[in-house]
Design a protein around this ligand. Structure first.
Ligand code: C2O
Ligand code: CU
Length: 536
């Protein structure tokens, strides 16, 4: 397989993945911000043929200058260990500044963000600014766009936030985002066209850290299951090299302090089959359990904008507000023609903005963990006198209409001009839960597989889900148009058996990830890179 790619390394293969002529060392060096020539100099006669724009390269800097960076906004972030109160349940976890979710960052479109990150975790980390079309070297992918931030180290991200909208940030290291390391990133529009009286950010999450183990335990269990449970003589890792393959005995697949995280029977019609892989003891809305919900207060009759973010590791949420309908105004930060719905389905990494005019009373805002028979909730109150439904209460709106992508249309200013794609990149989503061999085009993530694009091209990502599970596929650094509705998004749920085409303009040079936002699928291998070719 590798030889096949190597044989087509030169530019001839339009649309196919290319093994770059540079070696792994060089890519890493680019990520470290070193001059590639310095490391390559003597080691390769191909040193002049650097096929891809480097994350800190001239093209990236030129693109940043074109954004006309505005005033500087300084932010300090500390990734730290410690106790967090979920509302009567205190857990040991990792978070930004001891808060869950982390304190939102709010800037105005056009401003420059200068975020100084201090790492007080026992391990390396990074920050990825999910959904932002920012300069590539601030994208936060260790080994691709930067070195990871070591324990006790600091790192400064500086970038211009161009597009207004609802975004968020999280680490791009292992399954760290399935701890408490997430926070909203709101870019306000200086010419905000919507009128509303109040605005709330609502972050949804699935939780197990410090309760039934850690996300690292879960990942070990899910991926270890492949070797211990399925030992078929193929795709064996180092564990099998040390162990006779028939000894999948009593300790098979387990790691200390873990076990029982695997969910076998979660199914959902809305998600077209398997809903998730991981059993979570809790679901949170703004870091709170349903029994001690976040209280969101306004006056009766107030028109409120709610920015919904799904920061979960393995859970889609079906969201509804008791005795209200919601008007959807934005998908992943970009405006749509307003559309009314009873409920919304939000995959991991997705965001929706909605407007709602509040009645008089107390109304649970409920996020059903899709296919998992449990919920998260917040409480919207316009009256302190009103009685509050029990924590497990499910509004009837959950079982009414759930708006589909096809029922939405982009707002005029968010429409991608119609154009034939210059290049189509085929991405087959592959793998299974039993093998835990999630991948793209049958392969696990390899930083040397880079799908080439060229600045100025219209690109089509043609996704085909060949698995029995849905995948929320995310692209870094760009917001695509989902065919055929045209709505703009950066994360899209691809159901089992589905094919979907995502179009974008290659206008942000660099090396960009595209991956499943189920963090365990991503870590198992469902990630790949898109790279802008260097030169003209
Ligand atoms: Cu929130 Cu690589 O993504
Ligand atoms: Cu997936």
């Amino acid at each position: 397989m590798r030889d096949h790619h190597r044989a087509h390394t030169r530019r001839g293969l339009r649309g196919g993945p290319v093994r770059p002529t540079i070696g792994r060392r060089t890519l890493l060096a680019a990520g470290l911000g070193l001059a590639a020539g310095a490391t390559l100099g003597s080691c390769s006669r191909e040193s002049s043929a650097r096929p891809f724009v480097e994350p800190g390269g001239a093209e990236v800097q030129a693109a940043e200058r074109d954004r006309q960076p505005g005033p500087l906004r300084q932010v300090d972030l500390t990734a730290t260990t410690g106790l967090v109160d979920l509302g009567g349940l205190t857990v040991e976890t990792w978070s930004y500044g001891g808060r869950l979710p982390g304190e939102p960052i709010r800037v105005s479109a056009g401003e420059q963000v200068r975020a100084r990150v201090t790492n007080r975790l026992p391990v390396e980390t990074s920050i990825h600014w999910h959904g932002l079309a920012l300069r590539n070297d601030a994208d936060g992918v260790p080994g691709v766009t930067q070195p990871s931030i070591g324990a006790a180290d600091e790192f400064v991200y500086q970038f211009t936030a161009v597009h207004p909208g609802t975004f968020w940030f999280h680490p791009h290291v292992g399954p760290q985002l399935d701890r408490g390391l997430y926070a909203p990133f709101i870019v306000e529009d200086p010419q905000e066209p919507l009128k509303y009286d109040a605005e709330w950010v609502v972050v949804l999450d699935d939780w197990l850290d410090g309760v039934s183990g850690t996300p690292d335990d879960v990942l070990a269990e899910l991926t270890g299951g492949m070797e211990a449970g399925m030992g078929s003589g193929m795709a064996h890792g180092s564990m099998d090299m040390e162990m006779p393959s028939e000894s999948s005995g009593p300790t098979g697949g387990s790691s200390p302090g873990s076990g029982g995280h695997m969910l076998m029977d979660a199914t959902s019609d809305l998600l077209g089959g398997d809903a998730g892989d991981v059993a979570y003891p809790h679901y949170l809305l703004n870091g709170r359990l349903p029994s001690a919900p976040d209280n969101l207060r306004a006056r009766p009759g107030a028109r409120v904008r709610i920015r919904l973010i799904n920061a979960a590791g393995d859970t889609a949420f079906r969201v509804a507000l008791d005795r209200h309908r919601l008007t959807v105004t934005h998908t992943d930060g970009f405006p749509v023609e307003p559309v009314d719905t009873d409920a919304l389905l939000i995959g991991m990494g997705e965001r929706y903005d909605v407007l709602v005019t509040l009645q008089d009373g107390a109304f649970p805002l409920v996020a059903l963990a899709e296919g998992k028979d449990a919920l998260a909730r917040g409480l919207i109150r316009t009256s302190d006198a009103a009685s509050v439904p029990a924590p497990a209460y499910r509004p009837v709106e959950l079982d009414r209409a759930v708006v589909a992508y096809a029922q939405m249309r982009p707002a005029e200013q968010a429409r991608l001009a119609s154009r034939e794609p210059d290049r189509t990149i085929q991405l087959k989503l592959t793998g299974s839960m039993m093998g835990y061999d999630w991948g793209i085009n049958g392969e696990a993530y390899d930083p040397q597989t880079i799908h080439p694009v060229r600045e100025g091209e219209r690109i089509r990502l043609s996704l085909q889900n060949t698995t029995t599970m849905w995948h929320p596929m995310h692209l870094h650094g760009h917001t695509f148009a989902v065919t055929d509705s045209g709505i703009r998004k950066d994360t899209v749920n691809v159901l089992p058996g589905a094919r979907i085409a995502l179009d974008f303009d290659a206008d942000n040079p660099g090396l960009w990830m595209t991956h499943c936002h189920n963090i365990y699928h991503a870590e198992a291998g469902m990630m790949t890179l898109i790279g802008y070719e260097a030169g003209n």
